[in-house]
Design a protein around this ligand. Sequence first.
Ligand code: TRP
Length: 338
Amino acid sequence: MFGEKKVLYSGMQATGTITLGNYLGALKNWVELSNDFPDYERFFGIMDLHSLTVRQNAAEFRKNARSFYAFYVAAGLDPEKNCIYYQSHVSAHAELAWILNCFTYMGELNRMTQFKDKSSKHSDNINAGLYTYPVLMAADILLFQADSIPVGVDQKQHVEICRDIATRFNNLYGDVFTIPNPYIPKGGAKIMSLQEPDRKMSKSDENQNATIFVLDDTDTIIRKFKRAVTDSETEIRYDEEKKPGISNLIDIYAVMTKKTREDVEKEFVGKGYGEFKLAVGEAVSSALKPMQQRYAELLTEKSYLDGFIKANDEKAQYFANKTLRKVQKKVGLTERIR
Ligand code: TRP
């Protein structure tokens, strides 16, 4: 809660370019959440500090971060009604993260499954930032006194550790933080790799055909779907265990066309995999096309985007600093002389 208003908070790590998985798993839901949470203050961070846990090329990273902002807006997230801002522009994130580091146990961080996964993947760069990633994420959420955190299932553990840290802090210092709840959107499909459908679609997949990027052109999208790995049967039927490839395609088609899995099965009774894959590719590319056009326009309207970035940065700073000052006072840091 912030004043009278409840707060919704989410964000995405600003690494590489947005995938179909990021879009369907997060961004699309955020746009629709405006309906479910109309009276909430809504914040969406572009988490560029989190991105630094993996080595970035500076020029590319900067360009991608801009692209994230433009695509959020192009996808329908209205920057007048939703505070879309850069995490690195609000220094309170880093400051609160430091304080919370001192209220988080190594034993807790050792249990984080994402840390274990990432450190096995990047065994050449297991840095301290990767380890304390969940603490920075807790700071993101707690700074805004957020009530509801829409995230994918894979981030639930991070919201839980955030709740633990907040509860511990509140027990010591009184009610400083709102305890946040994860909100796993109903339609939030988990999109899998097109090449290894038992793994999540990932932007860093070596296999070019495994991942759809939201900025891919129509030919590329259709080609990737045509090459999607399926199974040796012929029936278009949902069965995550036995038919992970087809099931993933059913899910993608279903969310893109707002149909249920059963509707999709019915629509394709007696039809072949080839025809189905083409239909999925076409549905995806025609849904993305208007966003891609808007995106291209936005990148040319520099001052238009800059205006929102500035206003929203300032709004986020205002909210975040309020909480930070309170925390600094509670833990006994010396007050500033004004
Ligand atoms: N860790 C999240 C992810 O990878 C991104 C994130 C960072 C986030 N801070 C957050 C999500 C705060 C929700 C709230 O998807």
